[in-house]
Design a protein around this ligand. Structure first.
Ligand SMILES: [Zn+2]
Length: 178
């Protein structure tokens, strides 16, 4: 179920279009569909109305460890893990669905969606290959994105322990993860 299944071409195109609409980079489409590069490039220009941006995908886990991004990434990953348990979807469809729910949540709370769909997709890959995981906060019990070696007993999340310079900013603090 989690493998790239044999999809009809129509389904692949639909998936690619959805990802483009959500703002995914071309590399995500190349990885998640069997459509040719030329085909994807054409689709991208058609749907996005511009050429895809060039350059490398973010390959580092650092971004996910910074304060506000970590809270957004954790919100997304909580939704993703939940969908993984309850819905039998292909892996990329779980990412798409979880990302849409993440957008709904941030919009409902009047927050800017800091996590792009490309980063969300990367995050799931990082978790799959063991470079990142989720650890329970010892104070609030919420689950947050951390490196795998984090010890739950001593871990305090960014909501319970915001950096001093964050002051009274409610931008990230409004998100609840438990
Ligand atoms: Zn906490």
């Amino acid at each position: 179920m989690r493998n790239k299944s044999i999809l009809t071409e129509a389904k692949q195109i639909e998936r690619a279009v959805t990802l483009i609409q959500l703002g995914a980079r071309l590399q995500v489409l190349e990885s998640e569909t069997d459509l040719s590069y030329e085909r994807l490039l054409r689709l991208y220009k058609e749907v996005a109305g511009k050429s895809p941006s060039k350059g490398q995908l973010p390959f580092s886990t650092d971004w996910f460890m910074t304060w506000q991004p970590n809270i957004h990434a954790s919100l997304f990953l909580n939704i993703h893990e939940y969908l993984n348990k309850v819905a039998a979807l292909d892996e990329i469809d779980t990412v798409i669905k979880a990302y849409r729910l993440y957008l709904e949540q941030t919009e409902a709370q009047g927050l800017e969606a800091l996590l792009s769909v490309t980063r969300a997709w990367r995050l799931v890959k990082f978790v799959d290959n063991g470079m990142l995981t989720m650890t329970e906060c010892s104070k609030c019990g919420g689950h947050f994105v951390t490196h795998p070696h984090e010890i739950g007993k001593h871990f305090t999340c960014g909501l319970c322990n915001p950096p001093a310079r964050a002051g009274k900013g409610k931008a990230a603090g409004a998100l609840q993860l438990h």
